[in-house]
Design a protein around this ligand. Structure first.
Ligand code: ADP
Ligand code: MG
Length: 538
């Protein structure tokens, strides 16, 4: 049988050629984000096909926005997204280390080491690396934790705002912390955000409870309800709408009146059902028609309409209520409890704050303009992700390449003690980790080779605290970065190492790909390196 026509646009590559192309794709991708790494990293201006722009210095945002279709590049992007989900930080590092692992693997392949031997060596190095990192980590004080959150914001927004947001992120994480079956749980999805334009970003604040930009359905409704019962309805209390193209022929005006009256009665019945369940706070996703909100007012219910379904979900978490799709399903058990439900003004906008038994917090993200306020909210999200992890596990490492250099030195000793060709792979793994201090130096305008040599020498000479010595990017020399507050959660660094190993191993295992004719966009300088690789291959 002839080749299936679906393969017409693809070219089958095998063995080394495939591997070389795959590694080239990985390096091209890493080249796209490497310059964003660290506090001196450059911002990228992203432009989408509709001409919208986004300025960011976040690796995963760059990668996810660039619609890369190359299968191997996708694997690396997936590794970065996985890192984002797992730790909310370290996304650039994961990709950069993965690509470096691949590049070093290529050099070994050229020397005749089989990819599967390299994968075995990498796996051994990974296990040793994770254990070594655990040994280096220390429990952070409360102050250290805020500092570590701040390190994760390096390069994003101004110093003052970074400090404020880190503090707020730890506050928010504390608000939503609870203990379930003896295990500490910090769920960042319980923290919502309200964007408020008009004051500087540094005036952002955390409010305990759920705050929404909402006004009550009628200004005469009570402002504050304490210890009340809340019902959540993903529907409206409104007249039914005719669906489709329905023509309605009334034979007399009475029929029409009758119909209207019955619809109005139905609305009032709905309100009775709600009141009968003992409800005094009501949130609905749809509209509330006039007759209904007058009656709600009469029976003393504080009601809010057009509440988004995401807010209904948050309200459900905070109050223990169930979101219903129909009033008829309402029972006492489906209602939740509010400690306080308050309708108030924040600046010149109406807001509704709900506090229930379930933990919740809201960031009031401020900024002089909408873009700044949005940026504040994005930064806070990153900070919160890191803060949430840190409340569960306070172990920290020193960043700025300090831990990576220490780890690389350790792995080289470990390699010496390992027999067989795997030893070469472990050495290559150690070299790959040093891409972090090299890229940090490069982005700060320093010579990466000299910088790395200086840090390695300073660590080797130090009597104690060698693992804290990294590259001081302003002083341009090795220094104790722990003192400078460059701290990173163990649980950010560990997944970058394991995720990068995972991705590299997956690429090394592919020796036959159907190569769709979609060449990755490769920056010039990297193309030169790849060409050089090809020459050596020949
Ligand atoms: P990622 O997406 O990998 O988190 P970042 O751009 O956030 O990438 O850069 C993180 C790296 O920058 C980490 O290795 C971290 O230790 C380092 N870093 C952060 N602040 C400093 C600093 N003040 N001096 C040196 N390195 C720093
Ligand atoms: Mg980061």
């Amino acid at each position: 049988m002839a080749e299936a026509p679906v393969l017409e646009d693809t070219e089958r590559t095998t063995g080394r050629v495939a591997l070389r192309k795959n590694i080239a794709a990985a390096m091209a991708l890493s080249g796209a984000v490497r310059s964003t790494l660290g506090p001196k990293g450059l911002d990228k201006l992203l432009l989408d096909d509709q001409g919208r722009t986004l300025v960011t210095n976040d690796g995963v945002t760059v990668l996810e926005t660039a619609r890369v279709e190359h299968p191997v590049a996708r694997m690396l992007i997936d590794a970065s997204s996985a890192q984002d989900r797992a730790a909310r930080d370290g996304t650039t590092s994961a990709v950069v280390i993965a690509a470096e692992l691949l590049r070093n693997a290529w050099h070994l392949v050229l020397q005749g080491v089989h990819p599967s031997t390299i994968v075995r060596g990498y796996r051994m190095a990974e296990t040793e690396a994770l254990a070594h990192l655990e040994g280096l980590a220390f429990e952070g004080s409360d102050e250290d934790l805020v500092t570590a959150v701040r390190s994760s914001l390096a390069g994003k927004s101004s110093q003052g705002v970074q400090e404020r947001l880190s503090f707020l992120a730890m506050e928010a994480a504390r608000c939503v912390e609870r203990t379930v079956d003896g295990i500490t749980e910090v769920d960042p999805t319980r923290v919502s955000t309200v964007v408020a334009v008009g004051r500087p970003a540094i005036d952002s604040e955390i409010i305990e409870g759920l705050v929404m930009q909402k006004r009550r359905a009628h200004p005469d409704m009570v402002r504050t309800v304490e210890n009340g019962t809340i019902a959540l309805l993903d529907a409206g209390i409104e007249r039914r709408k005719m669906r489709g193209d329905v023509t309605f022929q009334a034979t007399s005006p009475e029929v029409l009146d009758d119909l209207r009256r019955r619809e109005a009665e139905r609305l009032l019945e709905d309100v009775e059902t709600i009141a009968a369940a003992g409800v005094n706070v009501l949130a609905v996703s749809g509209a509330i028609d006039d007759e209904a909100h007058r009656r709600l007012l009469d029976v003393g219910i504080q009601a809010f309409r057009r509440v988004s379904s995401s807010n209904l979900d948050l309200l459900a978490l905070a109050t223990g209520a169930t979101v219903l799709h129909h009033v008829d399903a309402l029972q006492a058990e489906s209602c939740g409890q509010v400690l306080e439900s308050q309708s108030h003004m924040l600046g010149d906008l109406h807001h509704w704050t709900v506090r229930g038994q379930g933990p919740a917090a809201t960031l009031i993200a401020r900024g002089s303009g909408e873009e700044i306020a949005d940026e504040t909210s994005r930064c806070f999200d990153d900070a919160l992700g890191v803060a949430a992890h840190l409340r569960k596990d306070r172990r920290l490492l020193v960043g700025g390449g300090a831990s990576h250099v220490h780890l690389a030195r350790h792995l080289r000793r470990f390699a010496e003690a390992t027999p067989g060709r795997e030893q070469l792979a472990i050495d290559a793994f150690a070299d790959a980790l040093e891409v972090i201090p090299r890229a940090l130096a490069e982005n700060a305008g320093l010579d990466p080779i000299d910088a790395l040599l200086d840090v390695t020498a300073a660590q080797a000479e130090a009597r104690e605290g060698a693992e804290r010595i990294g590259l001081h990017l302003d002083r341009r020399e090795p220094a104790d970065l722990g003192k400078e507050g460059v701290l990173e959660p163990l649980n950010v660094i560990k997944p970058t190492v394991s995720g990068a190993t995972e991705a590299a191993a997956a690429v090394l295992r592919i020796d036959d790909v159907l190569w769709a004719r979609l060449e990755a966009q490769i920056p010039d300088d990297i193309q030169a390196q790849i060409d050089a690789m090809g020459e050596r291959d020949a």
